[in-house]
Design a protein around this ligand. Structure first.
Ligand code: ZN
Length: 150
């Protein structure tokens, strides 16, 4: 089997184009421009993940070795990254992709502010409830139940 050079694989993923509804196309373009999607793809390639296209211009990067195998998913730009497979996650949380898609939209709204704001809200939530999601505004916006949170 021939494995493409990581840099070519990365560029090939970026070049790939697919029919996407206009509202998701806007998110897709913004997340390329703010560099969050390239960053997410880079994390996926570095973690030797299996990267594939999902609905609405999203990518999934599965079995990423930079993630704990039993952890959930984490989204950077349009890339949903997980140490396991999305199918397995969906077995527990059927709406997990909708939850992660909301995080992708948050990246489009917030750009590079996403990460610091996420950390601040997570700290606030930990202080208030001892749980990283319950009072985390970005998790509430994405839907706590859809994300597998109480
Ligand atoms: Zn979430």
């Amino acid at each position: 089997m021939c494995t493409p050079h990581p840099a070519n694989r990365f560029l090939g993923l970026i070049r790939h184009n697919r029919r996407v509804l206009p509202r998701y196309r806007i998110r897709q373009v913004i997340n390329y421009i703010n560099l969050s999607t390239p960053l997410g793809l880079l994390v996926g390639v570095l973690g030797r993940a299996k990267i594939s296209h999902e609905k609405d211009g999203l990518f999934v990067a599965e079995q990423c070795r930079l993630m704990l195998p039993d952890a959930g998913a984490f989204t950077i730009g349009n890339v949903v990254i997980t140490g396991q497979t999305i199918a397995r996650l969906q077995g527990f949380f059927p709406e997990i992709l909708d939850h992660e898609a909301a995080h992708s939209s948050q990246w489009a709204w917030l750009g590079p502010l996403f990460l610091p704001l996420y950390v601040i809200w997570m700290g606030w939530s930990m202080l208030r409830t001892g749980n990283r999601a319950t009072r985390n505004y970005l998790e509430r916006w994405a839907g706590l139940k859809r994300g597998g949170y109480e």
